[in-house]
Design a protein around this ligand. Sequence first.
Ligand code: SD4
Length: 340
Amino acid sequence: MSDRRKFIKKAALGSVGLSALFSCASHANVVTSTQKVVPKKPIKKPLIISTWNHGLPANEEAWNQLKNGASTLDAIVAGVGIPEADPEVRSVGYGGLPDREGKVTLDACVMDKNSDCGAVSFLQGIKHPIAVAQKVLENTPHVMLTGEGALQFALSEGFKEENLLTEKSKLAWEKWLENSKYKPIINIENHDTISMLVLDEEGNLSGGCTTSGAAWKMHGRVGDSPIIGAGLFLDNEVGAAAATGLGEAVIRTAGSAMVVELMRQGKSPHEACKEIVERIYNKHKNHKDMAYLQVGFIAVNKNGEHAGYSIRPGFNYAVCDDEKGNRMESASSKMSKEDK
Ligand code: SD4
């Protein structure tokens, strides 16, 4: 059996056996917003968590890369590269929904255990912005390149320029132009920005985040996803966190950095995500963005405890480890389905 098939089989077995594994129910899907995450025995490493359903194929690829000896960052770049290349994922990379001028503009970043980071923002014409972000980390003295400069850098690194606007996304844009209203859709088709956090075999943390951003944004708009501290942050002594949802709200609150800082103060990933989601909610409850406000965080600490928490229900994340394979877990949320 190929490694890939073995993995899928194992993942399926893992979810069947989930209810039977009472003693190792160390995962955040059993946590409601009123319960606390109690520190449990450290789980087996590596551990990979990624936002949304498209996290499953991304985790699978990253997992296989790690098992085949790839560096953690290479595994992340290859993993999130799966939804980046998938035209059916309309919120990341190729096939992503464009801005209001019909341009697909991409944001991405990576961060490693040494707190080195690389990012690109407002990048056009390159299918894998996450791979360019990795090159910014490795081959430049900077943290972020943007727009035309990011494109020139990508080309100098050998990336190929291509049209990322698929026929489907172009049609969706033309339809949007009929009314031209900017109102981000909450939990777009249940697959949004992909953020991936990895606790590797050595217990070191790394992360990556990639997106085409909010559909129908203004040309030139950059969201939280490429901003270290907003869309992604980690401190290898403490933990890692990443965001999805309305980038403006995450930037206003330095979201992921705050989640990590709360974990440093002793909060569990669940408690830390919950507190920052509540802070964002409270700061926005009378704000014009509230009508379409959704923000979700995932977080993992050095013990391999992890959690997801969002403002509105509907957010989920993919978790992959040796013990239970690759599966989806639901995030707890501040609001319920009934809340408007
Ligand atoms: C952004 N956080 O650009 C990203 C994308 C996203 O709902 O998650 N949109 O704001």
